[in-house]
Design a protein around this ligand. Structure first.
Ligand SMILES: Cc1cc2nc3c(=O)[nH]c(=O)nc-3n(C[C@H](O)[C@H](O)[C@H](O)COP(=O)(O)OP(=O)(O)OC[C@H]3O[C@@H](n4cnc5c(N)ncnc54)[C@H](O)[C@@H]3O)c2cc1C
Length: 688
């Protein structure tokens, strides 16, 4: 609006330009159009395409899992409390306070008590996390810091005495806490941490110290404002009677009170600083902690994997520092599982906003005919439909991860522990990297309106971005997956067992590594390309080759460079191997999910989406398959053509597919994803 206009002027279009713009905008204010392609493009794209019939109801109930009820309760609570909804524009301090009030409201008013589910029913716990994160991602992370990180460390690394003492206070938020692992100089390299916890046998206490500035605990969520306790990771130092005088037992976890429970004053010997304004997640108060001779009782050692007796003797059921360290970190994978799961939630939101808008927005068209919906442009389908297919694929893969994690928590089966560790590392890194890229692609797919803060992409992108780094940097985590694959590969040749997810390597080494079959390399019928066996074989063939070739390269280079140097020389190869393996797991789980779907129409829709996921991935990596003649030139062309056709078919049911996600507040707050009324309010808000 022209700022010189008077109030009276505002009710009338003041000139023809404004009138034209209003007329133009009103084109977008019609109700959400039926989900048919623009007829003219329908003909252009594929004359014979027949639309699948799919009903989002049964599909949605198949997707949802069993914990929808508690999610609904959370949404209802926040819907009924506008004072607890995060406004678009909010200062960091206000956001932090609001976030704490949201958390308090959730626990004390809505009576959602999540803590026991962390161990007893992780699937329910993750469903709560997802719902909470979709109210405000800062809230989801603050919730995760309290229950997965601070609470999870007490439950998983401590013993009964810790559970008895802290459970209730953590659950009802009387004891807000932090997880203080990262230091200024060491993030990914946790074994390099320098904070010390020295046992004093005279007073029966540990003394916590920050030996230098590089050892200041940094980025600690909940530390800057609200936390009263911290689980501090520090090197356990024991006095000895030898010439050294002390012995370093490696990194252990300790409960350290940081603020007074009543006055909230910072306790003596502790300095707390604020990490300040961040790129996103500003509802979370990240802080830095320095300890100077802070004394804590011996009981505050979280002693599940290692203990110190009254006379200063160390005991552990695990024989080496490395084994204890692995067991400690192994217990913390829950946070990683939660992030992978939550990241799929963010991807669903982002894809839903972009697809809904693309079904609403019209631009250009053939002469003298209505403009076409932007989702009918092949380029737009190419941007969004494989992404929609990937979202479905990741949904089932992370559901599988949660199932395996829950099973692991019940059985503590050693092999399962290793499997879940590698799978959670792989899926967390693969999914969060994919979602981060997709958020930008979705913003761009919504043109200029995607850039308005009210339409969510900015906050989603900024808040989600760090998912790639915390709970383990993605590049570092993928290396753990590669390392695990190589270990399995080596074990296989020594006759060892293969863990569940890796099982396919058993056959693949024999079957897939023989020369590609020149006959099947030429098969190009649609039935063959849509056969799950062909798709899975192709994924696994690629992983097996990468595994075999990188193993050979590592062997060769380690002779001259040593193992560290050889690993670095092959690092990109190793990362590709890890991603390829994770894609194989994702596809296998998607295929299972299609086959297990009880509703015929939903199954047909899922099969279509699964085929698009598989063939799009193969097409994106077609060079690899062509290089070794796994796929002949004509077959490559057929894959490309079929991928485009499937994208078009998925476009035809895109509305139902996104509705089946059944998404809560974030989407309904993005006017461009909504029906005309919300869109109209949006345009009014900016002054029309
Ligand atoms: C908002 C936020 C909240 C956080 N909350 C907490 C918290 O509550 N508690 C806590 O303890 N920590 C927390 N952290 C810290 C977080 O876990 C670390 O930032 C993370 O582990 C990465 O460590 P770093 O920052 O030291 O990165 P670095 O390890 O220094 O990594 C920097 C870069 O180097 C690369 N790199 C590192 N090592 C390798 C390698 N071996 N091979 C190849 N590339 C490599 C990485 O890929 C990355 O790109 C938080 C961080 C942020 C930003």
């Amino acid at each position: 609006m022209n700022p010189n206009q008077t109030v009276e002027d505002e009710s009338q279009p003041s000139n023809s330009t404004v009138a034209r713009r209003i007329q133009r905008l009103s084109l977008h204010l019609t109700p959400l159009p039926p989900l048919q392609p623009s007829p003219q493009l329908n003909m252009l794209t594929c004359a014979k395409a027949s639309k699948l019939e799919v009903d989002h109801g049964p599909l949605s109930s198949y997707m949802r899992g069993k914990h929808r009820e508690i999610q609904e309760k959370i949404f209802e609570f926040f819907n009924s409390r506008p004072d607890l909804q995060t406004p678009i524009e909010i200062s960091m301090d206000e956001h932090r306070e609001l976030c704490m009030r949201q958390l308090m409201g959730l626990v004390r008013e809505a009576k959602i008590k999540p803590f026991r589910y962390v161990v007893e029913d992780p699937a329910k716990y993750f469903a709560i996390t997802e719902a909470v994160g979709s109210v405000d991602m800062s809230l989801g992370i603050k919730f995760g810091v309290q229950y997965s990180l601070w609470g999870g460390s007490v439950l998983n690394l401590g013993t009964k005495k810790h559970r008895d003492k802290y459970f209730e206070g953590i659950d009802n938020l009387d004891y807000p806490g932090c997880f203080a692992m990262t230091e200024l100089h060491h993030g990914s390299n946790v074994q390099g941490l320098q904070t010390t916890a020295t046992f004093d046998p005279i007073t029966d206490e540990f003394i916590i110290d920050t030996p230098n500035d590089g050892a200041i605990k940094w980025w600690i969520g909940n530390a800057a404002v609200h936390g009263k306790f911290a689980t501090v990771f520090a090197r356990l130092i024991l006095p000895t009677h030898d010439s050294k005088g002390v012995s370093d037992m490696g990194v252990h976890a300790f409960i350290v009170p940081i603020r007074d429970l009543k006055t909230h004053q910072t306790l003596p010997g502790i300095e707390i600083h604020d990490c300040g304004h961040k790129v996103g997640l500003n509802g979370v108060d990240n802080g830095a902690l320095r300890f100077s001779s802070v004394r804590i009782p011996r009981d505050n050692l979280l002693n599940r994997f290692g203990d110190v007796s009254r006379d200063g003797k160390y005991t552990s059921s695990l024989p080496t520092i490395n084994k204890r360290f692995a067991a400690t970190l192994g217990e913390l994978v829950g946070g990683r599982v939660g992030l992978a799961y939550a990241s799929v939630g963010v991807l669903k939101i982002s894809v839903t906003i972009a697809v809904r808008y693309s079904l609403l927005r019209q631009q250009f068209g053939p002469p003298k005919q209505p403009e076409v919906y932007i989702l009918d442009y092949q380029s737009h389908q190419h941007k969004l439909m494989p992404m929609l297919a990937s979202t479905y694929a990741f949904h089932f893969a992370t559901q599988y991860l949660v199932e395996k994690y829950s099973e692991m928590k019940k059985t503590h089966d050693e092999q399962l522990v290793g499997d879940v560790h590698a799978l959670s590392a792989g899926l967390k890194s693969y999914v969060t990297s994919y979602t981060a890229k997709s958020l930008s692609a979705c913003r761009e797919a919504c043109g200029g309106h995607g850039y308005a803060a009210v339409n969510q992409f900015g906050s989603l992108r900024n808040d989600h971005d760090i998912f790639q780094t915390f709970e383990g940097d993605n590049t570092v985590l993928l290396q753990q997956v590669a390392g695990d694959l190589l270990k399995q590969y080596k074990d296989k040749f020594q006759g060892g067992p293969l863990s569940v997810t890796w099982n396919y390597l058993r056959e693949s080494m024999n079957t897939y590594l023989s020369q590609p079959n020149p006959v099947t390399a030429r098969w190009e019928s649609t039935d063959h390309l849509r056969d799950p066996k062909f798709q899975l074989d192709a994924f696994r063939y690629r992983t097996s080759r990468l595994l075999q070739s990188v193993a050979a390269r590592l062997r060769k280079h380690s002779k001259t460079l040593g193992s560290f140097g050889a690993w670095n020389r092959c690092l990109n190869h190793l990362l590709t191997l890890a991603e390829s393996h994770i894609e194989s797991v994702i596809l296998a789980k998607f295929i299972d999910a299609v086959q297990n779907c009880p509703d015929a129409r939903s199954r047909a829709a899922l099969k279509l989406v699964c085929d698009l996921y598989a063939l799009d991935r193969i097409w994106k990596d077609i060079g690899t398959y062509r290089n070794v003649d796994y796929v002949a030139p004509n077959k490559a062309k057929a894959i490309h053509k079929l991928t485009e056709y499937l994208s078009f078919q998925v476009r035809n049911i895109a509305g139902e597919l996104i509705d089946a996600f059944d998404l809560p507040p974030y989407v309904t707050r993005a006017p461009i994803a909504m029906q005309s009324e919300a869109y109209a309010q949006y345009t009014q808000r900016v002054g029309f």
